[in-house]
Ligand binder design. Structure first.
Ligand code: HDE
Length: 685
């Protein structure tokens, strides 16, 4: 019986080509609206296998989220090699100039759960799965070249400390709380990474505008077995760009999915995000001469010392079809490596080699997770592993062991080892003498401050002010006695000026300096570490928000759109009403977003095109005043029609080179941020 009381939801009639709705067993379903009941108003019957199957499946839709990096956004693409690297490595994907290897890339935040916001202050994961012809290679990196800890033993402690606190369950996706800083202030080795975490690196403007790093030292191995140490880098074609902290906080309110949407929209628009893969290569002799250990993941190798050689490009040109099947089920593992690439003895990397396989079994529930389409290699795969939960393959014959002589009996004998297979590079590893079993760290690992200081000295004044202010913001949220003093006392080893600024910002006396296990040495600044020194003044990949209202000049709007698009940018039209805004010329213009839902933090620059009447109307509209005020406060260019001036005045805009008319000067300004404006809009530490 269909429906009752005339309340049936009418399904739209299926077209002739629409597939038939069935159960998981393929049984056609005639009614997807009503459960089976005893009588019109009676109880639901146990017999209703259609309902039970549907609800059963729904009840089990979720799988455990990743313990870290739960929130991610992903895309498909390819890696294209610029030139053969055969002298350095026999890795198949690095042999032939111009060859493309398919990839799947997942960017993530670290601390928050799968449903957390896209823009906390956090490190970003940058994980790339290369589906090469000799198996999958996973380069599972971050957007920061160093890490918090030196030894895998400390990872669970780090993660417990940074995640929401165990008793209260908050804060979500934020390091600004007691347990994180309690732990961090007791871990001198985390100092260098803390400097990066408090810098603008953790506030990327877009996933498309951040660098990526393999972090650990790896090895390349050539045909002759020669080993070369290597560090991997991803360099974004759009240059580096970050948001300012106030903007980041407001982005959380404006769009929880800010980065996920930005990535998806860019790919949908055919503006494919692109990075270059770079390598720093060096040998043991170089490693031996450095004042740091190349096996220590809290250290980097300055680019000025070993330039980054760009060897190919990564292009993301296809969005996932299904978030769960691809983004959620993708299983990265640093142990997925191909012949021609090898691990170093970095103790953090060594721990990771165990962890990821283990975590996949727990998340995906079966040792057969490699059979999921997103994880399966795209090259032939054959071995004698058999059975297990959710076995998707149907292996033929009885060759499930090796050696076997079945082939000589006319049966399939199965796969065999090959001389071209993966062989661990035997080279006397990385400066370490092996033999005794010891729970120790190499002596050079004890220098925790030299590179933290180098990072600090490499930043612009404005970037330094952001770092100092971030420490103040985070530590001000700590309620445990002593933690602030302990942290600032430790930072005196990095830079006395930094420590003093943080102490001033917190309103505490400069605490005693904590003794360094090893006195830092002076290293040259590395300009490559600064974002502001590596920004591109371009509108490519950027978005301009244009605010208009009743009576705005249509010609002006058209001209701005043309200029911005010509410069490679995108325009987003904002108005108090989505539909039906009448312009001065009588034409109606539809906006892309309604004013209250489209605050200026969503844009890289803004334009305000208003008539005198429109301006009067918007002077009484908080969202319009805030739109302009925030654009100014977030150091963005503001182009405006003359008659919009009273709105700018009300928003406290003080004209500077970023505040322009509507001419070409605006387009030039829109490609930049105006950091010199910052001291006039907020107090930084
Ligand atoms: Fe991870 N990490 N990690 N990590 N990591 C995971 O694996 C772990 C580390 C990184 O988009 C987990 O599948 C240990 C450094 C990324 O799916 C887990 C240690 C770097 C991703 C795990 C580290 C990373 C993860 C959680 C210290 C930068 C997300 C879910 C020894 C080089 C990949 C999962 C994705 C994910 C363990 C340290 C990057 C638990 C034990 C250093 C980008 O296995």
């Amino acid at each position: 019986m269909h429906g009752n009381g005339g309340e049936t939801h009418q399904q739209t009639a299926g077209g002739p080509k629409d597939p038939r709705l069935t159960t998981d067993q393929g049984i056609p379903i005639s009614d997807n609206q009503n459960s089976l009941k005893s009588g019109t108003r009676g109880p639901t019957l146990l017999e209703d296998f259609v309902l039970r199957e549907k609800i059963f499946h729904f009840d089990h839709e979720r799988i455990p989220e990743r313990i870290v990096h739960a929130r991610g956004s992903a895309a498909h693409g390819f890696f294209e090699l610029y030139e053969s690297l055969s002298s350095l490595t026999r890795a198949d994907l690095f042999q032939r100039k111009g060859e493309r290897t398919p990839v799947f890339v997942r960017f993530s935040t670290v601390a928050g759960g799968a449903g957390s916001v896209d823009t906390p202050r956090d490190v970003r994961g940058f994980a790339v799965k290369f589906y090469t012809k000799t198996g999958n290679w996973d380069l599972v990196g971050n957007n920061i070249p160093v890490f918090f800890i030196q030894d895998a033993m400390k990872f669970p402690d780090l993660v417990h400390a940074v995640k929401m606190e165990a008793d209260s369950g908050f804060p979500q996706a934020a390091s600004a709380h007691d347990t994180f800083w309690d732990w961090a202030s007791l871990m001198p080795e985390s100092t260098h990474m803390l400097m990066w975490a408090m810098s603008d690196r953790t506030l990327p403007r877009s996933l498309r505008m951040m660098e990526g790093f393999g972090v650990h030292t790896f090895k390349l191995v050539n045909e002759k077995g020669k080993e070369t140490f290597v560090k991997f880098h991803w360099k974004p074609k759009l240059g580096l760009q970050s948001t300012v902290w106030d903007e980041t906080l407001k982005l959380q309110a404006a769009d929880n999915d800010y980065h996920r949407r930005d990535l998806r929209e860019a790919i949908d628009a055919g503006k494919f995000p692109e990075w270059e893969l770079g390598i720093q290569t060096f040998d043991q002799a170089f490693a031996d001469k450095q004042p740091y250990d190349v096996l220590d993941a809290t250290k980097l190798i300055p680019e000025e010392q070993i330039p980054v050689r760009r060897i190919g490009r990564l292009v993301l040109d296809r969005n996932p079809d299904n978030h769960f099947a691809e983004n959620e089920q993708v299983a990265f593992c640093p142990a997925n490596i191909v012949p021609g690439i090898d691990f170093s003895n970095d103790p953090l990397l060594q721990g990771r080699l165990f962890s990821y396989l283990d975590t996949q079994k727990s998340r995906l529930g079966t040792a057969n997770f490699h059979q999921l389409p997103i994880n399966a290699p795209k090259c032939p795969m054959a071995n004698f592993q058999r059975d297990g939960q959710m076995q998707m393959g149907v292996p033929k014959g009885r060759a499930n062991y090796e050696p076997n002589s079945l082939a000589s009996h006319g049966e399939e004998g199965g796969p065999r080892e090959s001389a071209l297979g993966f062989a661990t590079a035997p080279g006397r590893s990385d400066r370490d003498e092996q033999g005794d079993k010891l729970r120790v760290r190499p002596e050079l690992f004890a220098d925790h401050y030299s590179q933290a200081r180098m990072f600090w000295k490499s930043l612009t004044d404005n970037e330094q002010a952001h770092v100092a202010s971030a420490f103040v913001f985070e530590l001000a949220k700590v309620n445990l006695n002593d933690v602030q003093a302990r942290m600032v006392g430790r930072l005196r080893n990095v830079d006395e000026g930094l420590a003093k600024r943080i102490a001033d910002g917190l309103g505490i006396a400069l605490p005693a300096k904590l003794r360094a296990a090893k006195e830092p040495i002076e290293m040259k600044p590395s300009p490559a570490l600064s974002i502001q020194k590596n920004m591109l003044a371009t509108l490519k990949g950027r978005k301009v928000g244009v605010l208009f209202a009743e009576g705005s000049n249509g010609g002006d709007i058209d001209r701005v759109i043309k200029q911005v698009e010509k410069a490679g940018g995108t325009v987003f039209l904002v108005a108090p009403k989505l539909h039906g805004t009448k312009l001065e010329n009588g034409k109606e213009l539809k906006a892309d977003g309604q004013l209250a839902a489209s605050p200026s933090q969503l844009f890289d620059a803004v334009v305000v095109i208003l008539s005198a009447k429109g301006t009067q109307m918007l002077l009484k509209e908080g969202a319009a005043v805030q739109f302009v005020m925030d654009a100014f406060g977030h150091l963005k260019a503001i182009g405006h029609s003359d008659s919009a001036r009273p709105l700018l005045d009300k928003a406290g805009v003080v004209p500077d080179e970023g505040v322009t008319g509507l001419s070409a000067v605006f387009v030039e300004a829109a490609a930049k941020r105006f950091y010199a404006r910052e001291p006039s809009v907020r107090t930084l530490a």
